[in-house]
Design a protein around this ligand. Structure first.
Ligand SMILES: Cc1ncc(COP(=O)(O)O)c(C=O)c1O
Length: 415
């Protein structure tokens, strides 16, 4: 039966208890057994995010004249992002609700620049590596563009030559990931950007996962290739604060090396009955809480806090990577350097292994091409990674012994 609005309101205490009961079936992400969806860097960080969020929860960043506080905090967040990501003088950007919105806006900017050059953009082509996030397909779908997915190399990164071969007179944009979601690998960004520039195409770096992680891993000594706004030819970059920025959900950044490129993102219209609207993002009302929480968490952690978290995560990933490499029949997909790792098997049904692990209350993700188990590691995983490795070893033994009943019917990325 359809739920109806109660006639009279209830006590908050009663509702709170009811909501706790409703949430009791959710994954307990604090215990580190969830390898996706949540980025937990400790209760202290969570407290800062929560309190900052509620302080500005009612304010609306659609109105910077009414709420200069939010404008200032957004500018600070964007500028901290630009500094970390080696942006040139004159670079700019915005906060958005998440990676998908940042990507949508970057694709829109690429399309509108093409339009401004007199190009007919109906079904114009956006060339992405096979491993690029599905947010690009959604953006292309909404913007009436055609996505062209190009197979990746044996090392599971973007194939620059193959992507260049796909360029034709319908192409307007190319994409690389830093890192890609499926394998956590950084595409050859400098080569892709140079190729895009040679053909006068827009080039976007999807650093939704790496934007607020890779700079700190690099400071800690991880030898990363160039991937950010310091790379010549990069026209836009997405970097999520609600992932490894540890901010409250609803926070990403979309960044541009110049005002000129950013100008294609802006919506400016007065063709209705209530005055001119000038807004940079896809949302109308923009939640002040998400901006405030990101501002507070960034200032709370600082470079030292982020470096410490990155160190913990990289060490945890390395530990798991070493363990997987030692388990007979398993291999890691590519050579991950950050916090994401995926692994598969040529001998065993890896989804049966996944099922066995799932039975032990571990909630992680998968890859399909090739089949694999996928984890996005955070500081919360450090204390439990040995347990995970033990569960994984047992799962492999069970499946090898013929016990594969646990194979899940369907594992999805979302929904
Ligand atoms: C590489 C990459 N890009 C984009 C996204 C989309 O981000 P969001 O879920 O915040 O929309 C994700 C999400 O995991 C991602 O991993």
């Amino acid at each position: 039966m359809r739920k109806t609005l109660p006639n009279s309101g209830a006590d908050w205490d009663q509702l709170k208890a009811q909501m706790e009961e409703i949430g009791s079936g959710d994954m307990d992400w604090r215990n580190g057994r969830t390898g996706m969806y949540v980025f937990y860097a400790g209760d202290d960080v969570l407290k800062v995010a929560k309190e900052a969020y509620t302080m500005f929860m009612s304010e609306n960043a659609l109105g910077p004249m009414a709420f200069p506080s939010l404008k200032r905090m957004e500018d600070d967040v964007v500028n901290m992002g630009l500094s970390l990501l080696n942006a040139p003088e004159g670079a700019t950007g915005n906060m958005t609700s998440g990676g998908s919105e940042s990507i949508f806006l970057a694709v829109k900017s690429a399309r509108d620049r093409a339009r401004s050059r007199g190009i007919d953009t109906n079904d114009a082509e956006v060339i992405v590596p096979r491993s690029a996030h599905l947010a690009f397909d959604r953006a292309c779908h909404y913007l009436n563009l055609k996505i062209v997915r190009i197979p990746i190399t044996d090392e599971q990164v973007a194939d620059v030559r193959a992507m260049e071969k796909a360029i034709n007179d319908r192409s307007i944009m190319m994409v690389g990931s830093a890192p890609c979601y499926p394998f956590g690998l950084i595409d050859p960004i400098a080569e892709l950007a140079a190729t895009a520039k040679k053909h006068d195409l827009w080039f976007h770096v999807d650093a939704c996962v790496g934007g607020y992680f890779a700079p700190f891993a690099r400071m800690n000594g991880v030898d990363l290739p160039p991937f950010d706004l310091g790379v010549d030819g990069v026209c836009s970059l997405s970097a999520d604060l609600h992932k490894y920025g540890y901010a409250a959900k609803g926070a990403s950044t979309v960044l541009y090396p110049s005002e000129e490129l950013h100008a294609h993102q802006i919506f400016d219209c007065s063709d209705w009955s209530a005055g001119r609207m000038v807004t940079p993002t896809a949302a109308g009302t923009r939640p002040g809480g998400a901006i405030a929480a990101a501002w507070a968490v960034m200032n709370y952690l600082g470079v030292e806090g982020y470096r410490k978290n990155a160190q913990t995560v990289v060490e945890t990933r390395q530990k798991l990577q070493d363990a997987v490499s030692e388990i007979d029949g398993l291999h890691v997909h590519g050579s991950p350097q950050l916090g994401l790792i995926a692994f598969g098997s040529d001998e065993l049904d890896i989804f049966s292994v996944y099922g066995k692990i799932f039975e032990k209350q571990w909630f992680t993700s998968i890859t399909t091409e090739p089949p694999g188990i996928h984890l996005m590691l955070t500081p919360a995983h450090a204390p439990v990674i040995d347990d995970y490795i033990a569960v994984l070893k047992q799962a492999v033994e069970d499946v090898r012994a013929g016990d594969s009943d646990a194979k899940p019917k369907q594992v999805r990325y979302g929904g």
